[in-house]
Design a protein around this ligand. Sequence first.
Ligand SMILES: [Zn+2]
Ligand SMILES: [Zn+2]
Length: 281
Amino acid sequence: MLIGSHIRVSGGYDAAVEYAAKLGCSALQFFAGNPKTYRVGAIDAPALQRFAAARAAAGIALAAIHTSYLINLASDDPKIVAGSLKLLKNDLEVAAAGEIAYVNTHLGSYGARDRAHGFAAVVAALEDALEGIDPNVALVMENSAGAGQLCGGTIEELGAFVRAIGHPNLRVCLDTAHTWAAGYAIDSHEGVERFFELVERELGLDRVVMFHFNDTQIELGAHRDRHWHIGEGRIGIEGFRAIVAHPGVRGKVAILETPGEEDDDARNIATLRTVLEHVAV
Ligand SMILES: [Zn+2]
Ligand SMILES: [Zn+2]
């Protein structure tokens, strides 16, 4: 299994690679732009190529972009959907220019609209984004904590997107904190087995290419998105041991999005390495 952290690139790509290497990451995730604005910058292909070379030299085998938090493909406001698609397509182009395998995105919220209409609109938006996607880049839908009218809060709904769209480059990322918040009890061997049976049935294990490994202190099914340090929340060491031991994660990538600064990042990576020590992954 490749492991890494969400890394800030605001200090430049070189500093980001240096930081990831110091943590011992074999993968990294980053925001390609400011995650709080609809503006997109020009794509600097030479800088992205240098970034790819620096990652390779540092033993970072895989990179992923996390799209802007502003993206909402489920909105009934056409301006919001158009702005979201612009951001998403820009990230897909950045990925293609920089040897970045995955563009991970939240789908958004249905708001007050009828879910069936919203679902059809998200399908259309994802199909639009997938048209002309670089064959080496995957558009990765992340599961949500399922609060209110959030899209993608159940494995069944993600499965419905996969079946409706049927594109090989449409993939799935499962965030463990969101999974827990959505009500899936992944804190024990039995719970993890049950969860992956559902994933296998609804999505197929191969469709899931990435995990966000985050613990959380919220109650099971509370639908709140709060990340916490690995092994220090309710999923706990037992949950993460069961998750990494499952064949569904074998050979895939896990990105930590845990809070705090460098010491916390180092501790979370170290905890994950300890958890992984007992499994052949
Ligand atoms: Zn996310
Ligand atoms: Zn989250």
